[in-house]
Design a protein around this ligand. Structure first.
Ligand code: SF4
Length: 337
């Protein structure tokens, strides 16, 4: 089956403030927020993008929705190459691909009523005004908001849970096929998170959405996504079925992430894995593995050469010099030395 999302060599750099010596030398230093990332997502698949704050996952989400332009590499979504999309093609893409923002309190304009917030994307997409109310009713029903009483309210008159349902409704009102949800419940009270997550799972199933959930929260990713990609300082370091990644993490960083969360059924022979002291600083990544300054099992090759993301049996991928791809003739299990 053709991928719905196809990403190749995706790279995003940002200029960093120059010191006097760099100005004198005419240097223009950059930091890599995303570093040569490759992945495919099948139609209707839900993928979790897991990693610490600052690892490049939100930048990746914004690149996928063309809210940022890549420095290098390519993105195709639903068969459309995003580079150079303009005019009616860009409008069609904007209808098909939506972002669910982290903070419902920031995602909605406080000066607009809920009706106006929901009709804004319809206006931008050129949907006739006569259709707006019907479309709003359908989408409110989908996010389990009964009736239309809330339409005349303003964001400050609503609870966090209601607002996040409205944010979801706004993302779905154009009936998109692809959704990127960035930490969609992190700003909500614990008491309403489960309800929103259940709703998002139901919507995925009923609407057949292709979706990426961006989160630092392993439990959330486990709940909503059958496949998980782990990101560290702009690189994809591990990818595979979520339960397999959690039960048998192969990359030392994934092992550390999982060891930090109580997981009663995780294979304890692979955890815990204490990190060496050090910080995750994208400005200090050299030619080798981005994780080398914190990795407790690094070897000499790790500072010299960036490990490629290799394919393993079971739909898994990992980027670590200590994990070898099985030889073609031997159906061996991956081994983490
Ligand atoms: Fe650690 Fe080296 Fe593997 Fe990177 S490549 S995770 S530094 S062992």
């Amino acid at each position: 089956m053709d991928a719905y999302v196809r990403v190749r060599g995706l790279t995003k750099t940002f200029a960093v403030r120059r010191g006097l010596a760099q100005v004198m030398r005419g240097e223009h230093p950059v930091v890599h927020a995303v570093r040569s990332v490759d992945f495919d997502i099948a139609p209707g698949e839900t993928v979790g993008l897991l990693g610490e704050s600052g690892c490049g996952k939100t930048t990746t989400g914004r690149l996928l929705l063309k809210l940022l332009e890549p420095s290098a590499g390519s993105i195709a979504i639903g068969g459309r190459e995003l580079a150079g999309l303009a005019g009616t093609e860009l409008m069609a893409f904007r209808r098909d691909a939506q972002f669910v923002f982290q903070n419902p309190f920031d995602a909605l304009n406080p000066r607009l009523s809920i009706a106006n917030s929901l009709s804004e994307p319809l206006v931008n997409a050129g949907i006739p005004k006569a259709e707006h109310l019907d479309r709003m009713k359908v989408v409110l029903e989908r996010v389990r908001i009964r009736g239309t009483d809330l339409l005349e309210r303003y964001p400050h008159e609503m609870s966090g849970g209601q607002l996040q349902r409205i944010v979801l409704a706004r993302a779905l009102v154009l009936e998109p096929r692809f959704v990127v949800a960035d930490e969609p419940v992190s700003m909500l009270d614990v008491s309403v998170r489960a309800g929103i997550l259940n709703l998002m799972r139901e919507l995925q199933d009923t609407l057949g959405l292709t979706a990426i959930y961006i989160s630092h929260d392993l439990a959330l990713v486990r709940y909503v996504a059958r496949r998980t990609m782990v990101m560290y300082l702009g690189s994809l370091v591990e990818d595979g079925p979520t339960e397999d990644v959690i039960r048998e993490p192969l990359h030392p960083y994934t092992r550390a992430l999982i060891a930090a969360v109580p997981q009663p059924r995780v294979d304890q022979s692979r955890a815990p894995l204490p990190l060496r002291p050090g910080t995750a600083d994208a400005r200090k990544v050299g030619a080798g593995c981005a994780f080398v300054n914190r990795c407790p099992v690094a070897i000499a090759a790790c500072t010299a050469e960036r490990p490629p993301l290799i394919d393993l049996p079971g739909g898994r991928r990992v980027a670590c010099h200590l994990v070898q791809a099985p030889r073609a003739a031997v159906a061996a299990e991956p081994v983490l030395s």
